[in-house]
Ligand binder design. Structure first.
Ligand SMILES: C[C@H](O)[C@H](O)[C@@H](O)C(=O)CO
Ligand SMILES: [Mn+2]
Length: 410
């Protein structure tokens, strides 16, 4: 079907397809560096991910150096419509030096900033509180040992300083997200002590004013090895973010599988100014599958649009699948997030709202089901054409060719 025909069909529902395309292209998505190398990073000090997170699979072509990762990222961005961001973790430093986590500084990440400037990509940052000998107890900022806590506090402070300088260099605030794996395998006696320690440590980490970055904190229901208690629970961080006036990160894999993260957005937005999303796909647990255009993701996008939250929500992705092409995983995931947003912008929200307000739930349901039959694919293809990005079979060909090139070389 031609775009003009599709556009006319949407117009019958009072929807402007051109405006939906433009709105979608304005949204920058923060693509996570760690999908590119299975959360290994470039430290010469440690091995596996740790912290109860795990990339599974051994697909050929994993990026082993910053240059390889940047080449993969450049390819991925060339397959994705619009301008986006890169979400860096502190273990992805690019330096010949071997600083420990409490020794990292901006210079270790400066090559990423030069690259980001050249590519027109924004940068976000994360301290890495896992995959380190001092995190082997599954306790970092809440560790009972003051020395261990101080080590991680220093890491957190330095990460904020780095994020601040990145934000300054790039002229766009750098979101610095704190996730700690802290918790207990078996039932603790003194949860309050651990949570009080975490709060005190976080206060020390975020004490300095760093105007070019934004603080976010990420909760989790449980992780492998900390099944009985996660110190940084949702309630803990929700309260903390409200009290300290910082952003709350909601990771779609960090709640009970029956919970709907889309439903949380409006509730949370009444209490915090800013939200960071880690869009992910949990399967039975926080399995970090590549995101789909499934109901969970579609509803997230719909809520962001209908509740007018896009201006104060940072959209980041968080998944890592090493059983498929890593570059394809990025491209599929970011494009799916964009497709979800485009679908949301293509909804006749005014009519739907009117039906709901007048308690006409029959019309509301009829409409939501009928609009599923509108020619969304033609609008997406047009968006790709306008941004000179491939769609359909052409995309598959490009992804395959790149994967073949890296699989052979690495
Ligand atoms: C690597 C990320 O920081 C990590 O995935 C974190 O955001 C998380 O979701 C841990 O489960
Ligand atoms: Mn996450």
């Amino acid at each position: 079907m031609s775009y003009d025909t599709a556009k006319a069909q949407y117009a019958e529902w009072g929807v402007d397809a051109d405006a939906a395309i433009e709105a979608t292209l304005k949204i920058a998505i923060s693509m996570h560096c760690w999908q590119g190398d299975d959360v290994v990073g470039f430290e010469k000090r440690s091995g596996s991910s740790g912290g109860g997170i795990q990339a599974t699979g051994n697909h050929p072509g994993r990026a082993r150096t910053p240059d390889e990762l940047r080449a993969d990222l450049e390819f991925a961005y060339s397959m994705i419509p619009g301008a986006h961001r890169l979400n860096l973790h502190a273990i992805y430093l690019d330096t010949d030096k071997t600083p420990d986590r409490d020794e990292i500084e901006y210079s270790h990440f400066a090559p990423w900033v030069d690259w980001a400037k050249a590519q027109g990509v924004g940068l976000d940052f994360n301290p890495t509180f896992f995959a380190h000998a001092k995190a082997d107890d599954n306790l970092t900022l809440s560790h009972p040992d003051e020395g261990v806590r101080d080590f991680w506090i220093e890491h957190g402070k330095r990460s904020r300083e780095i994020a601040n300088q990145i934000g300054d260099e790039l002229g766009s605030p750098c979101v610095n997200n704190i996730w700690v794996p802290d918790g207990y395998k078996d039932t603790p006696i003194d949860r309050m002590a651990a949570r009080s320690r975490l709060e005190l440590s976080l206060d020390k980490v975020i004490k300095e004013d760093q105007p070019k970055m934004r603080d976010a904190v990420e909760s989790k229901l449980f992780g492998i090895g900390v099944e009985a208690c996660t110190v940084g629970s949702h309630e803990f961080y929700m309260g903390y973010a409200i009290r300290r006036g910082i952003a709350l990160c909601l990771d779609m894999g960090h709640f009970h599988p029956t919970e709907n993260v889309a439903d949380k957005l409006s509730s949370v937005a009444l209490s915090v100014d800013e939200i960071l999303l880690h869009v992910s796909r949990p399967m039975r647990w926080d399995s970090d599958h590549v995101i789909l255009q499934n109901d969970d993701v579609l509803q997230i996008a719909q809520e962001l649009v209908s509740a007018d939250l896009l201006g104060r929500t940072y959209i980041g992705l968080d998944f890592f699948d090493a059983t498929i092409s890593r570059t394809a995983a990025w491209v599929i995931g970011v494009r799916n997030m964009q497709k979800a947003l485009l679908r949301a912008f293509l909804m006749p929200l005014g009519s739907l709202r009117r039906a709901e307000e007048s308690m006409d739930f029959t019309t509301r349901l009829t409409m939501t089901e009928e609009i599923k039959d509108l020619p969304f694919g033609a609008v997406w293809t047009e968006l790709c054409a306008r941004t000179e990005r491939p769609a359909g079979m052409n995309l598959i060909g490009a992804l395959d060719a790149y994967q073949a090139s890296v699989a052979g070389r690495r």
